[in-house]
Design a protein around this ligand. Structure first.
Ligand SMILES: *Cc1c(COP(=O)(O)O)cnc(C)c1O
Length: 384
């Protein structure tokens, strides 16, 4: 096969890292479920928890090709990927600098686990680059960012963060889940470690839990050493499901992204919607940064209903679009952050972060945009 660097994105999605069916020449990768492999050379010990079964090795190549890194690892969940990647580089007395708004599970991991191991951390006040530098300490080991961020789609300048860290020998890590490898490749901008919840766009059908880390061979080797101790590997059945899902990653995410732009423009014009947060809108404060670092603006957005609307009533009035905590599936979903993902914060803390009770997070699916618009119209008319 051609060098994966020269292949188009759909060819990478379909072909890179296939397990060849030498025996029957089937069209798809066979699944190897063995947990025990006889070795003819003692140095290749295949074992699921070593991330090196035939299916895992193949999928690792596909994910590395998608993120334009040398190597990758696949985990049982996004949190297994994130926690393993962080712990691989940290020891007692190290400090981690974290962007102010990150995924709730990552926030909980840091809040509940770091102190036990004597790891220090601090959060920036905003996603603006000026707020990072003053918080860097002599013992800062990792700078951790997430862009676009949840739920207000804040954009962090990836290249600026990478430069800031590189000068000081600090490792940079990004949660690239919201953009997916189709809309953003942080390795291009010098980010060291790219993490994904593959439960979201990479899986894309709301039916598997998985995570991924993409990085240089050297960094993956280190993460692997911690990974085999923590044991967060994915079962080979799910590895196979994820490989199948990734074949349509570009088709799905392109369509979802196209829909999102149409829906964002529609919602921004609507008299019953106060505000739309979507990096593809000119009104987004970091639209220009987003345009330089993203291939497309993604399919996640949030919008604020005008006063008098109740978020719960609104969600229940929708017929096609379902209220759901998760995101990035083929089907469009909405969620009220103040009632769900951010319900543990006080109202004051929420308002500080710009999350009011009428905010709705919207994960745009592949349904026709006219059908999604019609669903919003009927829901708003029902409540007006
Ligand atoms: C869902 C999600 C995670 C966690 O992934 P799991 O697969 O649920 O462990 C991490 N980051 C972001 C941005 C997410 O949306």
């Amino acid at each position: 096969m051609k060098d994966s660097k020269k292949l188009g994105i759909n060819s990478i999605c379909v072909h890179v890292g296939e397990v060849k069916d030498e025996q029957f020449k089937g069209a798809v990768s066979p699944i190897y479920v063995s947990t025990s492999y006889a070795f003819d050379q003692v140095d290749i010990k295949r074992y699921p928890r070593y991330f090196n079964t035939p299916n895992q090795e193949a999928l690792r190549r596909k994910i590395a090709a998608l993120e334009h890194t040398e190597d990758a690892l696949i985990f049982g969940s996004g949190m297994a990927a994130i926690s393993t990647a962080m712990l691989a580089f940290l020891k007692k007395g190290d400090h981690v600098l974290i962007q102010h708004v990150i995924y709730g599970g990552t926030y909980n991991f840091i809040a509940n686990e770091f102190e036990k191991y004597g790891i220090e951390y601090s959060y920036t006040e905003s996603d603006q680059i000026e707020d990072f530098e003053p918080l860097i300490r002599d013992n800062t080991k990792i700078i951790y960012i997430e862009t676009p961020s949840n739920p207000l789609l804040g954009i962090t300048d990836i290249k600026a963060v990478a430069l800031l860290a590189k000068k000081r020998g600090i490792i940079t890590m990004i949660d690239n889940t919201f953009a997916s490898p189709i809309n953003q490749n942080p390795a291009y901008f010098g980010i060291d470690i790219v993490v994904h919840s593959a439960t979201k766009y990479m899986g894309g059908h709301s039916d598997i839990s998985a995570g991924a880390v993409a990085a240089s061979k050297e960094h993956i080797e280190l993460i692997w050493k911690t990974g085999i101790n923590l044991g967060g590997n994915l079962s080979d059945f799910t590895v196979w499901m994820l490989e199948r899902s990734l074949k349509t990653l570009n088709l799905r995410v392109k369509e979802q992204t196209k829909n999102a732009q149409i829906l964002a423009e529609y919602l921004e014009e609507h008299s019953m919607i106060n505000r739309v947060y979507y990096p593809g809108l000119k009104s987004h404060p970091q639209h220009t940064i987003a345009a330089t670092q993203m291939h497309g603006f993604g399919a996640m957005m949030s919008f604020e209903l005008s006063e008098g609307f109740d978020a719960m009533d609104f969600q229940n009035a929708l017929l096609l679009i379902k209220p759901s905590m998760s995101l990035a599936g083929l089907e469009s979903t909405v969620v009220s952050p103040s009632l769900t993902t951010h319900s543990l914060l006080t109202e004051e803390e929420r308002l500080e972060r710009g999350i009011n009770d009428r905010l709705i997070r919207f994960s745009v699916g592949i349904e026709e945009s006219e059908d999604l618009i019609a669903d919003f119209e009927q829901a708003i008319n029902k409540l007006k």
